[in-house]
Design a protein around this ligand. Structure first.
Ligand code: ZN
Length: 356
């Protein structure tokens, strides 16, 4: 079995909304895409686990994805207090999972040694930074709680940046990029050894982050060349991911895989392999990984949960991918990147930019 370290899932959000005890659900398994039994069955040793605040009363209507073309307007901005409550709850669940010995939060590069039989290695990721103030108040607390990755924005505007709508026929050039507060946020996150994620940001925001000198990372996005949708990346963006020493993680969400942008599950694994081949060609073979979007998006036929991950490995083999490339995509590339990016254990703690 090839071990898999995944670039993105929404298991903490799903667990936070469940009626049952989240620790028992994760330990024993149940509905959903990621839990310990499914991870063990599919070889998933860890990944980026997102903290996410949905917009109240404006849920994403997935039926729209059945009838492309579509252009779903971005929801209203989310006030800080409305974002902070779900995020705090999801942080608590991550802590409870760790206390129960089911996961281990990766805080430093020394923590990056995933063990297929041990606790899952979890990089805590903030998907949309609404719970952080424009003056960055709130970042300290999250960092201390174990946060090591953040996307300034989800597909919803905030004080830091503009996110892309879910839109077919678009390359993500849908509006402005980082604000001044957004530039300060990404600089500060980078200085602390955190990952800055571009997956939901506009094309302008992506190039703004490049201008700040950060490695370009899109934890869960695919190739516009195969599926032209605003959440995917153009060839120029994929090349920049490789050139800056960044990473792109393949999103399994059917509407980002399929050329027609539909959420239909048919043929998804085949499209997944086509995206991977193209992403490797553009970004380079050390800069492509997986970013499933488990528990956050509709999954393709044959890849319905973490338990089925080895089916994707098999499909890569059938498409002629070599074993080194497969291991790179599944785990080694994310590991290599994170070992360069996360703070070293003995590194002095940084607070505000430039000061020790
Ligand atoms: Zn996402």
């Amino acid at each position: 079995m090839i071990p898999v370290f995944d670039g993105h899932n929404d298991a903490l959000l799903r667990l936070s909304m469940a009626k049952d005890d989240p620790v028992a659900l994760f330990r024993d398994g149940g509905p959903g895409h990621v839990d310990l039994p499914k991870a063990r069955a599919g070889g998933m040793v860890g990944g980026f686990f997102a903290l996410f605040s949905p917009t109240p009363n404006q849920p994403l209507d997935f039926t729209v994805f059945d009838a492309p073309p579509y252009d779903i307007p971005v929801p209203d901005p989310l006030p800080k207090h409305a974002a902070a409550v779900p995020v705090a709850r999801q942080v608590d669940i991550a802590s409870a999972l760790e206390a129960a010995g089911l996961v281990r939060l990766a805080l430093t590069r020394e923590d990056l040694a995933p063990d297929p039989e041990g606790p899952m290695t979890v990089v805590l990721h903030l998907e949309g930074a609404e719970c952080i103030d424009a003056d960055l108040q709130g970042l300290d607390k999250l960092y201390d709680a174990g946060l090591r990755s953040l996307g300034p924005v989800w597909s919803r505007p905030n004080v830091f940046a503009h996110g892309v709508p879910f839109r077919t026929g678009s390359d993500g050039d849908t509006g402005p990029g980082l604000t001044d507060a957004g530039r300060a946020l990404v600089r500060e996150a980078h200085a602390r050894g955190m990952v800055v994620d571009c997956s939901h940001i506009t094309m302008q925001g992506f190039w703004d982050i490049a201008e700040e000198g950060l490695p370009l990372v899109a934890t869960h996005s695919n190739a516009c060349a195969i599926s032209l949708t605003a959440r995917n990346l153009t060839d120029a963006q994929l090349k920049a991911v490789g050139e800056t020493g960044g990473m792109v993680g393949l999103n399994f969400g059917t509407m980002f895989l399929r050329p027609d942008g539909k959420r239909a599950p048919e043929g998804g694994i085949g499209f997944a392999v086509r995206h991977l081949a193209h992403m490797v060609e553009m970004a380079g073979e050390d800069h492509v990984g997986l970013g499933s979007d488990f528990d956050g998006a509709p999954m393709p036929e044959g890849l319905g949960s973490a338990a089925a991950l080895q089916a994707l490995v098999e499909a890569m083999r059938e498409a002629g991918f070599g074993e080194t490339l497969i291991r790179g995509i599944c785990q080694d590339n994310w590991m290599g990147f994170l070992r360069r990016r996360l703070p070293a254990e003995d590194a002095p703690a940084t607070t505000q930019e430039g000061r020790p």
